[in-house]
Design a protein around this ligand. Structure first.
Ligand code: SER
Length: 329
């Protein structure tokens, strides 16, 4: 697989009716376009649907996943074949309001799975995360190391993985998911602990520099959004009989924060990046894997990343420059 295949890969099963929750977030907005491009009939939902062009001309529904009645009503109305369940509060924001994070991530996932069962959804795709892991990890982290998260976001994602596996076993729901690394794209992230990576690029372009909230030796797995989208589509289309598990690690590259800063200096000459670790967010970063082992995804559904740090920088920088220019208007 190479980048030239684009976000959707070589498979074609057009015409699926697909509902995306949390569609207004960093992954959702790009995923909507990727699904539409491959011929799916796409329905978007989020707390507050975006206005105008930002909605991509797709049908949007207001959906608060903490309300089971709302989730049931939307599933009953749309009767989707496939649901991409993205709605979640990320790790840094989550620590500011753990109870709300529990309601959105934990109750929300239960409501989506239960509605999927009741209304005959064929497949639910779940976005899990490196935040399911906790302190004391080996240098390369496989799928089945003990999950001991330290954040409410991580706790609810572990529980979401387990709940989905329960619905798969108990009710025959086709539940699949990936553990995403920190993601970089031309849509800014909302409240993650991995945000220092995209912000090094964006703030350097916007203001000439960035003070990162981590140590320069911080190291977590990262991924460029086109690979993340392709993973979501390829996992969804993989033959069930080839899948030995529901949830898969996927990996691309694992630079230190200093290596990202050096890379930003290459593509944004003169960028001034400094480091001032924030104790809370640094502790979260230190509890996450430095690198993920994605052997199972490679074996079961032929997962391969197409983007490394340097190629991503060359592709992403002009896109973020355009975003920064619009922000300055
Ligand atoms: N990007 C997420 C976060 O930082 C990790 O999945 O919370």
């Amino acid at each position: 697989m190479t980048a030239s295949h684009g976000p959707v890969g070589p498979h074609t099963t057009p015409g699926r009716k697909v509902l995306v929750t949390g569609a207004g977030g960093q992954v959702g907005l790009d995923l909507l376009q990727a699904l539409r491009a491959r011929g799916d009939q796409v329905f978007a939902s989020d707390l507050a649907p975006p206005s105008g062009d930002a909605g991509l001309g797709l049908p949007w529904s207001s959906l608060d996943v903490t309300r089971a009645t709302q989730v049931d009503a939307l599933f009953a109305e749309l009767r989707p074949d496939v649901v991409y369940h993205l709605a979640a509060i990320l790790s840094a924001t989550g620590e500011r309001d753990p109870l709300r994070t529990y309601a959105v991530n934990q109750d929300g996932t239960l409501h989506v799975l239960e509605a999927a069962r009741k209304f005959g959804v064929r497949q639910v795709i779940f976005t899990s995360t490196i935040a399911v892991f906790g302190p004391g990890l080996p240098p390369l982290v496989g799928d089945d190391v003990p999950l001991r998260p330290t954040t409410m976001y991580g706790v609810t994602k572990v529980a979401g993985e387990l709940l989905g596996e329960y619905y798969s076993r108990r009710h025959g729901l086709d539940f699949r998911g990936v553990r995403f690394p920190g993601l970089l794209s031309a849509v800014l992230p909302g409240g993650g602990t991995s945000d220092y990576a995209p912000l090094m690029y964006y703030e350097s372009l916007r203001t000439g520099g960035y003070e990162a909230f981590c140590r320069p030796d911080s190291q977590i797995p990262l991924m460029y959004m086109p690979d993340a989208l392709r993973a979501l589509v390829e996992l969804s289309l993989a033959p069930r009989e080839r899948l030995g598990r529901c949830i898969y690690n996927i990996a691309a590259f694992s630079p230190t924060a200093q290596e990202i800063a050096d890379e930003v200096a290459r593509v944004v000459p003169g960028a001034r990046i400094t480091f001032k670790p924030d104790p809370a967010r640094q502790a979260i970063l230190d509890s996450w894997p430095r690198a993920l082992d994605d052997t199972c995804a490679r074996r079961d559904w032929d997962w391969r990343p197409a983007w490394d740090l340097a190629r991503m920088s060359d592709d992403l920088t002009p896109k973020l420059a355009a975003l920064a220019a619009r922000a300055g208007e």
